[in-house]
Design a protein around this ligand. Structure first.
Ligand code: CA
Length: 228
């Protein structure tokens, strides 16, 4: 599954270079020249990862990182800070505010890709091949097998991706738009009610082992996977 990466960088040449490199690596790229415009973008699409330049016009990268980590809606998004050479103090401060990693400019595309991969593996488990288990419902991304209390559960490919996303982001409410972004990717012609159809199919498949109760509707907000 490709990751949606938001690049917040005010220098157009660097932003383009990073965006090109990310697209080559199969990611979906969102770009913003300032923290303020990044905030608007995030309201529309929740990225899987943010690459955040330290020195930005207006709100600084560090203040933006703090803001992201203090907001329940965005705090789980991993942040990689982009710093200039020799700003050792900045790196320390950046990590203290909750950034997950930092990369010093100039960096090679290969180095950046390696850092992104490492952070995603750590912070966004649905990007990896790790087995997930919630209350006896187990999903194996490698074999695409799902079991409820050991018994096989048959799921279509969309229901499988939907369940994988929900299981790796439990206890959080996801709007239909966010689910479309994360599960359907950039298939722009999919309507929001499609999400409801697939949630219904998913619940039906989970009914025999009563795991359908994990998939909860949050009125007026969206869906969440919760054991409570
Ligand atoms: Ca800058």
């Amino acid at each position: 599954m490709p990751a949606t990466v938001l690049v917040v960088e005010d220098e157009p040449a660097i932003q383009e270079l990073i965006a090109f490199n990310l697209r080559q690596a199969g990611h979906i790229v969102l770009a913003a020249p300032s923290a303020e415009s990044a905030q608007h973008l995030i309201k529309e699409t929740l990225p899987d990862l943010i690459l955040l330049d330290w020195m930005l016009p207006g709100m600084s990268g560090i203040d933006f990182a703090k803001k992201l980590k203090n907001d329940g809606y965005t705090k789980a998004i991993p942040v990689i800070m982009l710093t200039a050479r020799g700003e050792e103090q900045d790196k320390v401060k950046g990590l203290e505010t909750g950034a997950d990693d930092y990369v010093t400019k100039p960096f090679s595309p290969r180095e950046l890709n390696a850092r992104i991969k490492a952070v995603l593996r750590r912070r966004a488990p649905q990007m990896t091949d790790e087995m997930v288990d919630v209350a006896g419902l187990a999903l194996d991304p490698v074999t695409h097998r799902v079991t409820g209390n050991g018994a096989p559960v048959e799921l279509g490919p969309t229901e499988f991706r939907l369940l994988h996303f929900l299981m790796t982001h439990p206890e959080r409410v996801h709007s239909r738009t966010q689910l479309l972004d994360h599960v359907w990717g950039n298939q722009v012609f999919v309507e929001e009610r499609t999400v409801d159809v697939h949630i219904r199919r998913l619940r039906r498949a989970l009914e025999p082992t009563r795991h359908d109760a994990l998939v909860q509707t949050v009125r007026g907000a969206g869906y969440r996977l919760s054991q409570r």
